[in-house]
Design a protein around this ligand. Sequence first.
Ligand code: C5P
Length: 311
Amino acid sequence: MSLAEPFPSVRVRAPGKINVYLEVGRLRSDGYHDLATAFQALSLYEDVVATHDDDFVIGSITGSVETIGVPKDERNLALRAARLLAKEAGYHGGVRLDISKDVPVAGGMGGGSADAAATLLACDALWGLGLSSGDLGELAAQLGADVPFALMGGTAVGTNRGDVLNPALARGRFDWVLATSQVGVSTPEAYGMLDRHRDEHGAEIGYGAESPEVEADVLHALRQGDPRMLAASMRNDLQAATLRMRPDLAEALEVGESSGALAGLVSGSGPTIGFLCEGADSAAELAQTLEAAGLDALLAHGPVPGARIIG
Ligand code: C5P
């Protein structure tokens, strides 16, 4: 081991997320929408192990969720994160990335974004770059709108594309059951569906706010650690669009909401549905009920910390 390479490998863990509030504003000229969102990092994690290599490669992709659809080539956001960091920092070597996934793939829970965030932090340590969290956050925002939050974790309000973050005060613990789905939903398609719906029915439903804002009730509920208040104030503007593409999810929402959840909500663009529960016991009971109804259910709680080096 040379002095220039103090670690043979670095393991970083980054969380998935749920948007407990997601107001979608107007479509911008860059193809994105202005958002106001409240993120909560959940206890489903992605682990990325970065090891010195001459090239940029994904070694293995494993985990508790189905990983068949995850690309190992340049479409992989973690690989793009490593290349971007090397380019920006003028680093001339490469890296091998081994990824272990517990966040459902293409589920609207930011699993790919967590991989990218974990990779930025892991490669920064592996290559001894010492970038500030602000610098890493800027690179994260270039990779995707949800990547900065996976670095930060906890609870945060996101504006602009969802990538301009302000930490939000949150007390206590919120217990969730996540109903997952084998077939993913494309995020651009969900936004596109919302745009078309607004084009056709804007006179009745509105065209989206010019300056979306997270409602005070949501922030108050998070500050109080009050799941009932949060359940009453959750919102996701993408939900109707996702349900139009995936009517089966409406049924899953119905089952959860009539079986003890305080409220259910599509996570981001879906198809994962988050059911907020009164506490850990009622979450465990609901997960059993959903499983008995033939749905796949995962337990998680939030908020949890953002990307961090472990082991
Ligand atoms: O940034 P990310 O790659 O996660 O975004 C995926 C897609 O989701 C974008 O290409 C865009 O179609 C849509 N999106 C959006 N407005 C946002 C975030 C995402 O329209 N604020």
